[in-house]
Design a protein around this ligand. Structure first.
Ligand SMILES: [Cu+2]
Length: 128
């Protein structure tokens, strides 16, 4: 999820568009191929999910495509303009740790059981 805080410094209307289909600033693409904010001023926070391949794209102000544009880079295996957050619910983390521990204990117990069983079989065959 990308969150962009948009504001105007000149008092006139602007609208952010991320040109994911690389055909320039086209208002007809808003809501279909390209994420677009609401027009602003005074301010707006535009949140959207990027469904696109890692690459460098162009963003535009739809109303001023020639004067107002820039690059928007999607890095492979990373987030754009933010950080990946860990689960914040301690209960989920504790449950996850508990399940992981139980599985590890089960694996260790099974391994020890097989190892002991193997030695017994070996010693039995030596004895007989
Ligand atoms: Cu503009």
């Amino acid at each position: 999820m990308v969150s962009i805080a948009l504001s105007t410094g000149d008092g006139i209307s602007h609208e952010f568009q991320l040109d994911l289909d690389n055909d320039g600033g086209e208002s007809a693409d808003c809501g279909t191929t390209d994420p677009c904010s609401q027009p602003f001023p005074p301010t707006t926070t535009f949140m959207f999910t990027v469904m696109a391949n890692p690459a460098t794209y162009t963003y535009y102000c739809i109303f001023h495509t020639i004067q107002m544009h820039g690059t928007f880079t999607i890095n492979p295996g990373s987030t754009v303009g933010g950080v990946v957050t860990s689960p914040t619910n301690p209960v989920i983390i504790i449950q996850y740790i508990t399940i992981t521990s139980a599985v590890l204990v089960a694996i260790i117990t099974a391994t020890l059981f097989v190892a002991r069983g193997g030695r017994k079989t070996t010693s039995n065959s030596k004895n007989s």
